[in-house]
Design a protein around this ligand. Structure first.
Ligand SMILES: Cc1cc2nc3c(=O)[nH]c(=O)nc-3n(C[C@H](O)[C@H](O)[C@H](O)COP(=O)(O)OP(=O)(O)OC[C@H]3O[C@@H](n4cnc5c(N)ncnc54)[C@H](O)[C@@H]3O)c2cc1C
Length: 540
């Protein structure tokens, strides 16, 4: 912690929520009748993975479906590593949580059944044995984010702080006070370019995932693993970070980052091609392009590495233009704007980091190892996803755990409201100067994401992991030095966190001496009999 001399602004609230996605906003709304809540977003308020979610949210709504069936599908996807109690907890709270979203203003698609009654239209996705995905066309995430934001804006007790990066948590241990309790956070005010202090009785991390650690990702820029790094630096345990889900087909184009090409394209007959136009999926799996996500992503990665190619291709041009425009209007338009007519030519693609299954360890109340510090949504590890996430279970997890932690905080709040806030020193940047070499940050950022992609991506080996660890530790040294000499800014803060999270991912991957779910190591292709989650702690 850079200790204080200069005076900067101090904010005070009952609960500080770091993150304004589905998890953070759901928590804020539940708390607002009981507490003064500050919600932080480092970029635009709506910018987070939630906004970009397409498919929908899984919950048991149909009479022919059951909690047991949803639990079983989740356990199968998780490849032997789910915590069954956590799975049952999330799934059995699913319907109530979705009803709350609906009551809050989220409009999921409906249909008229044969008896003329209106009911929710449920889709079915890979790995689900029933129709159980609530959705709003193919833009469920923006419907949820916008509805929650407009509900939050109506609440007097909620203060939205847009453009504030949480830099580090403040804990009693860091200030050499008794116990190990969270006291607030230092936050960087982007507009005023200064670090301010927020004192709070409770803090919740809702900062989303860490997929930005990889060169190619479907996630927005904010997914830089900040919450995981903040929690780690404060002494929380982090679990299962070796399990990164990769989406097989993201558009490869200099002017289009993060654009997903839905799996429905392959479902409708699109072929995956090498640069020379030959198909390769039949060489890898008898289901060819319809093999599960992880198998397709691994095959693409294998061919790219074998041929030294920048990308592979996805081709649906053998279908009629009418069919393509009718079924995939958004993709057709987007590609055409970039000069790719998908009715006549193949689309350049790469697999892309999509979801972080691991994160900050929490209990069923969302409480971490530090008293008063909670973590919810993609930043957390609940045990729900195990070694692989079942589609559409992540938004479910965001809302269920937001509600569980709200309940816990509301119960505990009266005791803390009676107590004074601790004295917290202001941030001191009197000894640091403005960075004169922004290029160093840019270069390190690029290098990190590239070697994580090459060595810690879809297919790993011990040698690649060792190589990556050496590089990440060198980068860490350089960045820490930089951090202690220069004033902070968004790029430096994110890079510092990304490098920390990269090291945790590499070390977690090195701990796992088997291949399971999303973690594939050529040196250990088999599964062990008694799999356990990988838990890392700074104290170890
Ligand atoms: C393209 C895409 C499609 C997806 N489709 C689905 C789907 O159909 N169904 C499903 O269940 N899941 C889907 N997912 C996953 C799901 O969207 C995410 O897991 C979920 O939205 C995460 O929500 P969250 O609230 O945890 O974080 P996010 O929505 O990512 O929000 C993170 C918030 O934290 C803030 N933040 C981060 N760091 C800091 C910091 N240091 N200081 C201040 N603020 C900070 C950000 O500004 C942002 O407000 C998809 C993801 C992507 C990328």
């Amino acid at each position: 912690m850079k200790e204080s001399k200069s005076i900067s602004e101090q904010h005070v609230c009952d609960v500080l929520i770091i993150g304004a996605g589905a998890a953070g906003l759901s928590l804020a709304l539940k708390l607002a009748p009981h507490a003064k809540v500050n919600v932080l977003s480092k970029g635009k308020l709506s910018e987070g993975s939630t906004f970009y979610a397409q498919g929908g949210v899984a919950a048991v709504f149909s009479d022919t479906d059951s909690v047991d069936s949803h639990v079983e599908d989740t356990l199968i996807a998780g490849a032997g590593l789910c915590d069954e109690e956590a799975v049952r907890f999330a799934v059995s709270n699913g319907k109530e949580s979705m009803q709350w979203l609906i009551d809050t203003g989220v409009n999921f698609d409906t249909e008229i059944d044969e008896q003329g009654n209106t009911q929710y239209h449920l889709t079915r996705e890979g790995g689900h044995s029933h129709r159980r995905i609530l959705h709003a066309a193919d833009a469920t995430g923006s419907e949820i984010e916008n509805s929650l934001l407009s509900a939050v804006r109506k609440h007097q007790n909620i203060t939205l702080m847009e453009g504030y990066n949480a830099v580090d948590l403040i804990t009693s241990r860091k200030l050499n006070l008794p116990a190990n309790r969270v006291l607030g956070a230092y936050v960087w005010n982007r507009k005023k370019e200064r670090v301010e202090t927020i004192k709070a009785h409770f803090v919740s991390l809702a900062t989303g995932g860490a997929s930005k650690v990889y060169q190619y990702t479907s996630n927005p820029d904010v997914s830089s693993g900040d919450g995981i790094a903040l929690a780690w630096r404060s002494g929380c345990r982090i679990a299962n970070m070796e399990f990164n889900q990769f989406h097989p087909t993201c558009l490869y184009h200099a002017e289009a980052r993060n654009f997903l090409l839905t799996e429905a394209l392959r479902g409708e007959g699109a072929h995956l091609l090498r640069p020379d136009g030959t198909r390769f999926m039949p060489d890898f799996d008898e289901r060819a392009e319809l093999a599960p996500r992880d198998i397709v992503a691994r095959a693409i990665d294998y061919e790219m590495k074998r041929l030294g190619a920048d990308c592979m291709y996805l081709d649906i041009s053998h279908k009629s233009k009418d069919f393509i425009v009718k079924h995939f209007p958004t993709i057709y338009r987007r590609c055409l704007l970039l000069g790719i007519d998908i009715a006549h030519q193949p689309i350049p693609i790469v697999p892309a980091a999509h979801y972080s299954c691991g994160g900050v360890m929490i209990d069923h109340h969302g409480q971490t190892d530090i008293d008063g510090l909670y973590a919810i949504g993609e930043v957390s590890y609940t045990g729900l996803h195990g070694a692989n996430r079942l589609a559409s279970n992540s938004l479910l997890e965001c809302v269920v755990y937001a509600h569980a932690s709200a309940k816990d905080i509301i119960n505990r709040l009266p005791f803390y409201k009676e107590r004074k806030f601790a004295d917290i020193p202001d941030w001191d940047d009197s000894q640091v100067e403005d960075s004169d070499e922004e290029v160093v940050i840019q270069h390190n950022w690029h290098e990190l994401r590239l070697f994580m992609w090459d060595y810690v991506g879809i297919v790993r080996t011990d040698k690649r992991l060792e190589r990556a660890l050496r590089r990440v530790q060198m980068l860490q040294q350089e960045i820490n030095e930089y951090y202690s000499h220069f004033k902070v800014g968004n790029n430096l803060l994110e890079l510092r966190n990304l490098v920390q999270v990269a090291e945790i991912i590499i070390k977690s991957a090195m701990e796992r001496k088997e291949s399971r779910g999303l973690h594939y190591n050529l040196d250990y292709p088999e599964q062990l009999d008694n799999p356990q989650p990988t838990i890392l702690s700074k104290r170890d």
